[in-house]
Design a protein around this ligand. Structure first.
Ligand SMILES: Nc1ncnc2c1ncn2[C@@H]1O[C@H](COP(=O)(O)OP(=O)(O)OP(=O)(O)O)[C@@H](O)[C@H]1O
Ligand SMILES: [Mg+2]
Length: 298
């Protein structure tokens, strides 16, 4: 099954079996493969936000790259059907999903990071995905069950924004995730959405690894000084109120955006800047929480 192209391929991806019994058997087999794949993944971390555009994909991609820089074997699953931005952030926009008939090969970013995105199934970069919910979920199930993830220390999942049907369905497809990382910006509007996001995790019994306050303060590209153009610290106060860990704040830095646009993870390009250092500290906290703590807050 070659997994690239327009509608015929999407239909191939979730091709219905003949009768209801066959369909049920196929579904059971897929569920078994999904559980077998997941059993080879030590930690699954989903990155979510109450609101769009707060830097979720930036965090997910850079977290995955930083974990692989720290010697972990990592998978990165872009589950955002309508705004798959991971391939652009990692300069993998030309990659396409290929299958040898039994499993789908993910794209590689360096030797230790495997990447899968809905964008790898589309013919054109700007093609819109207009699929009904069940088809999307069928493809997503395949992304977990049939992608050759191998043995991983971490699977990082970039979720669609918000707390609606789509992120809910993705969380339901992925059993026993280690926890969620909630990304917010400091403004009150974003913070109130983040409370919903934490409650969303609680309803799903998904432990909260912690909250990241992104775009927190502005670092001037000329003098390097930091200014709090929005309020700052709201994410930390909110995390305290909601009794979940606070992982840290990453400043708004035009160089971060530029790195994303040029397809180079900022954690590699800007490791020595305030944003880069703050992010690497956050990654250490994620490792600490996932690998050294037996209980996570949920
Ligand atoms: N700390 C930062 N400093 C500067 N720009 C940033 C920072 N974090 C993210 N950005 C930029 O903000 C924009 C939105 O980021 P991103 O796409 O990661 O958000 P998102 O939450 O995934 O959005 P969506 O909800 O649409 O999926 C991008 O252009 C990204 O490069
Ligand atoms: Mg995104």
């Amino acid at each position: 099954m070659a997994m690239s192209g327009r509608k015929p391929h999407s239909e191939t991806a979730a091709a219905p079996a003949d009768g209801p019994q066959e369909r049920m058997r196929e579904r059971e087999q897929q569920e078994r493969r999904l559980r077998e794949r997941m059993a080879r993944i030590k930690h699954t971390v989903v990155v979510l936000s109450g609101k769009g555009g707060v830097g979720k994909s930036t965090v997910a991609a850079n977290l995955a790259v930083a974990l692989s820089m720290k010697g972990r074997k990592v998978g990165l699953l872009d589950s955002d059907f309508h705004g798959p931005s991971i391939p652009g952030i990692l300069r993998l926009s030309e990659s396409r999903a290929l299958s040898d008939g039994t499993s789908i090969q993910p794209a590689l970013y360096g030797p230790d990071l495997k990447v899968m995105s809905i964008a790898f199934l589309l013919q054109a970069r700007d093609e819109a995905v207009i699929w009904r919910g069940p088809l999307k979920m069928g493809v997503l199930r395949q992304f977990v069950a049939d992608v050759d993830w191998g043995d991983l220390d971490y699977l990082v999942v970039d979720l669609p924004p918000g707390t609606g049907d789509e992120p809910l369905s993705v969380c339901q497809v992925i059993p026993d995730a280690t926890g969620g990382i909630v990304v917010t910006t400091p403004q009150e509007l974003s913070l109130s959405d983040v409370r919903k996001c934490i409650n969303f995790c609680r309803q799903l019994d998904l432990p909260v690894v912690g909250v990241i306050e992104n775009m927190s303060g502005f670092v001037c590209p000329h003098c390097g000084r930091r200014t709090d153009i929005f309020s700052s610290g709201g994410g930390e106060a909110m995390a305290q109120q909601m009794e979940v860990p606070f992982l840290g704040r990453v400043p708004l830095d035009p160089a971060v955006m530029q790195a994303c646009e040029e397809g180079e993870p900022f954690v590699q390009r800007l490791g020595d800047t305030e944003a880069g250092k703050a992010f690497l500290d956050i990654v250490d906290r994620v490792i600490e929480t996932s690998e050294h703590r037996s209980t996570l807050v949920s």
